[in-house]
Design a protein around this ligand. Sequence first.
Ligand SMILES: *Cc1c(COP(=O)(O)O)cnc(C)c1O
Length: 432
Amino acid sequence: MSGIQPGLDLAESREDHKPVNGHGLDDGLSLSSLTVHADDYLNEGPDVAPPMHVSTTFRYGRDPETLKITTDPNDPYDGHVYSRLTAPNTTRFEAILSKILKGPTLTYASGLSAFHAALVFLNPKKIAIGDGYHGCHGVIDIHSKLTGLKKLDLDCAAEELGPGDIVHVETPLNPTGESRNLKAFAEKAHSRGAYLVVDATFGPPPLQDPFLWGADMVMHSGTKYIGGHSDMLCGILAINPSRAKEGWLEKMIQERVYLGNVMGNMEGWLGVRSLRTLEVRVQKQAHNTEKLVEWLHAALHPDKASTGSDAAALSSGKYQAVTQVVDSITHGSLQEADIKDGWLKEQMPKGYGCVFSITMKSKDHARRLPSKLALFHHATSLGGVESLIEWRTMTDNTVDPRLLRVSIGIEGWEDLRDDLLQGFQALAAASG
Ligand SMILES: *Cc1c(COP(=O)(O)O)cnc(C)c1O
């Protein structure tokens, strides 16, 4: 049978076109197999690419005997009622996310609205948090106003935490790209009955799985790597399966209905489109970043780099401009002590993330470098296929004004290297 034949019952025809796999997908499948197929069971018709559903409201069934109230997102085609509750594209997006993040997952209008929802749900008296994304501190300020929430230092003594409090760890960390030991923070939180919430925005799959190390909840700004094309705002909360068993998911779904901070239909559709290529994008971006950081590190320390394919270029002084204008760089791959210790490789086995920072010798050089580059957009945000560079002090006044945050895209890494090099050379020439 092919297509919808005249006189044929529509539902029957759809049934015929349903892919065979789907809901009960084998968890042994690879990341890309899951991002391409984990929503197959929600694929109603013959479409290969998901149709876009823009409706805010959904017809109830015609048979009055079977009318029932359901907001079960796993029963989406029967369950959709109103798009503040669930909507078809968002449900497909959440179905894939739940598989790849390895816990039931809800989406929100933005990363910060997800963080807000996490604080509303857990309602802690204290939250231990370090530097990192400044916006999260803004959300905490709002909660402090409403509930008296107190902020503790991330490295506070365990005794300062109580049951129900939060240890919030961002890793890898904004803007340095350095990683933190989740296992150690989980132990500290759990020793006091507190929860570990991990902002894993900088370490999407396949780079890390915070649940393996004890996270109770994992947050992402899906605006970054999950979206991956700089065209959608999205927040994500994944719930540790053992916490989901305690009823967290149902309560958080209920609270989202009343917070009303859901993504738009278009974003749900874009999210599925984006997830299809998550693994290939992130792998390429992580590879590019490792290559570029390795190159910059060698160029900054030409004395130490006696081996490698670039040895001749290094000794010839080809990269001299780097040492003239760059003071230092930071990235997880340069956390030598932590790599030696073992935990960093264990927690980030597939690469150390696609963001790093460059601290220039002067604030003026940091201000000018972006305008010398051809392949990097001078813009905030990160995680997209396009490489970005940002003079970070423009949006975050807590960082060194000589610091540039770099988000590496999927371009060829040698092209990015050559672009950075000519930028450094232009700055070095201009400063004589
Ligand atoms: C961007 C970002 C956020 C905030 O996400 P939005 O989607 O912009 O609200 C939170 N944490 C980190 C680490 C981020 O990079």
